[in-house]
Design a protein around this ligand. Structure first.
Ligand SMILES: NC(=O)C1=CN([C@@H]2O[C@H](COP(=O)(O)OP(=O)(O)OC[C@H]3O[C@@H](n4cnc5c(N)ncnc54)[C@H](O)[C@@H]3O)[C@@H](O)[C@H]2O)C=CC1
Ligand SMILES: N/C(=C\C=C\C(=O)O)C(=O)O
Length: 487
């Protein structure tokens, strides 16, 4: 193949060693559409080797004290931080996101994930109850479960992978992880730091490849008792089916169709820029992004005018452009899928007010084959439209009016997802009332994506099963036992 020699070639990381694979997949630079990297196309054999390495490492790692494991995680965080710029460049090239976002969000949060769990693992306590009339004392102990299977998506590659690896190993498990085949580079770069951080061989194993080959081999492996997955709902269904015969423990963090509810007393100075960001950050490729904006009728026209003005300033550019707000979408197939929703909306009679098919995107010649599109705003669309029901996972948002609080709650809840809502109002009573009634695992009021890693993160309904966070991840990655002492 032309140019093969210059391509970056990744290797699996198993038992503390980089190992080549028999076959490879092409990986594309989303900003040019060119192949720039080759990713191992691993299968059952590689998963078997990784599970074996994880099994061998488990007794030693799980026997270490939380303090010892915490120190290792802190060292890894420091090493990642020292490589921040290099990792940010790599994440941006591999995923298509802007270098600015990778530098200010993805890699700092990956560092924080290790620091956070290095600290939180030191602070868990167990439960104890007295039953004096029976002369009994009951208490719980927790132990790591064993080998954790971790499967992560392409939108926030290192950010979401480390959000799983950190709590799993902090609790004393060993892991076999499978990042998305579309964005494997930063996971591979992190493997180069593990030994220096003091992570023993076999504690973290990374097997690269596709979902149907590596993912399914991992999910079906009888020695992997728990799977933590972030990705799409259809894949979660498949994982649930495959793991059912083994009664595996599952954490499933899935998609959203997130509403923003904007009342007439909202502070539009803050609401508009935040809602542009919540709709289009990371090209709209975050499960928490807003894609249905409900605006109270009395301010609908004013909101729409100002929201459009602000959206037009959300610059699409090549990922290395520091002035760009948005880069390229992940793949050609994904770009086509996102565009197909806009076509459907148009065919249904909705209005496309800006973006795809309305405005012109200007790109340098080298990037003409990249997967770029403009942030797109749709109005005059029915709640029953697929654009208002399905996760598009791109820079597309719908704006619709509403009359009353009761009506908007019903409409916001009328989708199968329940992940993240935002509510904008200066009436404190109203924000509490509405937040409580929304079917949503997360509700941000007068803000978006302010994360408190201690508290439960995850969705209701088809947005997932389980929660992640300090206590939730600890409980997921440990097995609890109740002991009764008769005295
Ligand atoms: N967190 C989220 O909410 C995310 C949602 N999505 C949604 O999913 C759509 C499709 O994106 P995909 O990359 O195809 O998501 P996906 O769910 O297929 O991929 C996520 C991860 O699961 C793996 N995977 C795929 N099939 C698998 C299988 N049968 N068994 C085990 N692992 C498997 C993938 O290789 C990847 O590592 C997006 O358009 C978006 O709507 C995608 C990424 C993240
Ligand atoms: N799971 C996703 C985002 C999580 C963000 C966070 O933990 O802060 C996603 O986009 O898939």
């Amino acid at each position: 193949m032309a140019g093969t020699k210059t391509l970056l070639v990744l290797e699996n990381f198993i038992g503390g060693k980089f190992l080549p694979c028999n076959s490879y997949l092409d990986s594309y630079d989303p900003s040019t559409g060119e192949v720039y990297c080759r990713v191992p196309d691993s299968g059952k054999e590689e998963v078997e080797a990784a599970v074996e390495a994880a099994r061998a490492a488990f007794p030693g790692w799980s026997a270490r004290s939380p303090q010892e494991r915490s120190q290792v995680l802190h060292r890894l965080a420091d090493l990642l931080e020292q490589s921040l710029e290099e990792l940010a460049q790599a994440e941006s090239k591999d995923q298509g996101k802007t270098i600015t976002l990778a530098r200010t969000m993805d890699i700092p949060r990956s560092v924080q994930n290790f620091r956070f769990f290095a600290s939180s693992i030191l602070h868990h306590t167990s439960e104890c109850t007295q039953m004096d009339h029976m002369g009994c004392l009951h208490y719980t102990v927790r132990a790591p479960v064993g080998i954790a299977g971790l499967i992560s998506p392409w939108n926030l590659p290192l950010y979401l992978l480390t959000w799983k690896i950190a709590p799993a190993i902090a609790a004393g498990n060993t892991v076999v992880a499978k990042p998305s085949e579309l964005t494997s580079v930063t996971a591979w770069m992190m493997c180069k730091l593990l030994d220096k951080a003091g992570v023993p061989p076999g504690v973290v194993n990374i097997v690269f490849g596709t979902g149907p080959r590596v993912g399914e081999a991992l999910v079906s492996h009888p020695e992997v008792p728990l799977i933590s997955f972030t990705g799409s709902q259809p894949t979660a269904e498949r994982i649930t089916q495959l793991s059912a015969p083994h009664c595996k423990r599952l954490s499933l963090e899935l998609g959203g169709k997130n509403p923003a509810i904007i009342f007439e007393d909202a502070n539009l100075e803050e609401c508009i820029p935040t809602t542009v960001r919540s709709s289009f950050a990371n090209q709209g490729e975050i499960c928490l992004c807003t894609s249905r904006i409900f605006v109270q009728k009395s301010i609908y026209s004013e909101f729409l005018k100002r929201f459009l003005e602000a959206t037009r300033l959300w610059k699409v550019g090549i990922p290395s452009d520091p002035s760009a707000s948005m880069g390229a979408l992940i793949s050609k197939a994904h770009l086509e899928k996102v565009r197909s929703y806009i076509k459907k909306a148009r065919a249904e009679g909705a209005q496309i007010l800006c973006g795809e098919g309305v405005d012109k995107l200007s790109l340098p010649p080298r990037n003409q084959g990249g997967y770029f599109m403009l942030p797109t705003v749709i109005t005059d669309i029915k709640d029953e439209s697929c654009c208002m029901k399905e996760e598009i996972f791109g820079p597309v948002t719908c704006v619709v009016p509403f009359d009353s609080e009761e009506e908007v709650i019903k409409r916001a809840n009328s989708v199968k997802y329940g992940l993240a809502a935002t509510v904008w109002s200066s009436n404190v009573g109203r924000v509490h009332r509405v937040a409580k009634k929304l079917q949503s695992g997360l509700v941000w009021t007068n803000c978006w994506l302010i994360r408190e890693l201690n508290l439960p993160f995850g969705g209701m309904k088809s947005s997932g099963v389980g929660r992640e966070g300090a206590k939730d991840s600890y409980e997921f990655f440990t097995e609890v036992k109740t002991i009764t002492i008769k005295h």
